[in-house]
Design a protein around this ligand. Structure first.
Ligand SMILES: [Fe+2]
Ligand SMILES: [Fe+2]
Length: 329
């Protein structure tokens, strides 16, 4: 099995941090903002994580200039065109501060191959991130258990806590693999990502449907339809397993189309929420957050992270079924 080179290790680690550290910082905010006054201790715990992950993101941004891939910077998974406005509006609505300068700095990052001289520093940084993310997972577990045994009330759905806990576990798994310099087979990797993100996209659709005002009938119906579509796509992984692990080309096309569609839906919702044209209890930063997660998934599917010297098409890189095309469901 081939191993990551020091330069690849540095670039892949920083690519991952630019996306996931902001996600972890915002999860901490979503937790913090949804507790009731009685749970001041939990508010303090979540607030500490918000500050810790903001600081970790600052350090990652310091390391990232000229050491991250162009694909990640251009994908809209790090910041979107609306992230700054969403943060400003969310700070105004919640009273919780956001480091907008940090977001602006991220928009100015330049791509470049990872500097191998940073390998040790990035390895130590990854270990710190793993430790803090595990601690945040513990908080999410405590909150979920409290909600499920009805000893705790928060304005977040239990599924949302479960969902953000799963995202944190996924981040830790990726980091541990990077620390071992493991290179996954591209087909295996895309199947793993698909299995994970299809469910995440389906759940985002469910959250959106449940957080919209009941009068927003049309948007609720659209969101429900996306949930059904992504749960169907999630099940299609079993079809791949039956086909000895190769990916039917039609399935890949359907997958990319579905993610582009949900990306467009979330992007429109993001704009409408910022313009105060939708009735909902969706705070602007949540709309931006789920849009970035769709952008991340789309970037993975369209394979923009492949090495610059690799000019093979998507179907040449992945093990695509050789027999006739078929629709999996
Ligand atoms: Fe998230
Ligand atoms: Fe999510």
């Amino acid at each position: 099995m081939s191993k990551l080179t020091p330069a690849q290790f540095v670039q892949k680690s920083l690519d991952l941090h630019l996306f996931f550290l902001r996600i972890m910082k915002e999860h901490s905010f979503f937790l913090e903002a949804a507790f009731v006054a009685k749970n001041a201790d939990l508010i303090r715990r979540a607030d500490r994580f918000r500050v810790v992950f903001e600081e970790l993101l600052r350090e990652a941004v310091d390391l990232a200039n000229c050491n991250v891939s162009k694909c990640v910077l251009q994908s809209g998974e790090v910041v979107t065109d609306n992230t700054i406005e969403a943060e400003e509006k969310t700070e105004f609505l919640s009273g919780i501060p956001f480091d907008i300068c940090l977001t602006k700095r991220e928009t100015m990052l330049r791509p470049g191959p990872g500097d191998p001289a940073l390998e040790d520093q990035v390895e130590r940084f990854n270990n710190r991130v793993i430790r803090e993310t595990r601690a945040l997972i513990d908080l999410k577990t405590d909150v979920l258990e409290g909600m499920l045994d009805c000893s705790l009330f928060t304005w977040n759905f239990p599924l949302l806590i479960e969902h953000i806990r799963r995202e944190a576990l996924f981040y830790v798994d990726h980091l541990q693999r990077l620390q071992k310099r493991i290179v996954l087979d591209p087909t295996e990797e895309i199947i793993e990502e698909k299995r994970f993100w299809d469910r995440i996209m389906a759940e985002h659709s469910q959250f959106i449907a449940h957080l919209l005002d009941p009068t927003e009938q049309e948007l609720i119906m659209t969101a429900d339809e996306f949930a059904r579509r992504f749960f169907r796509l999630e099940k299609s992984v079993k079809q791949i397993e039956k086909k000895d692990g190769c990916i039917p080309p039609q399935l890949m096309r359907d997958e990319i189309q579905a993610v582009e569609d949900i990306r467009d839906f979330k992007s429109t919702a993001n704009e409408l929420i910022l313009a105060c044209e939708i009735r909902s209890i969706i705070i602007p930063l949540l709309a931006d957050h789920v849009l970035r997660e769709a952008n991340h998934f789309l970037a993975l599917l369209t394979d923009c992270r492949k090495p610059a010297h690799d000019h093979r098409s998507l179907s040449q890189r992945y093990s695509v079924c050789k027999h006739r095309e078929f629709n999996c469901w």
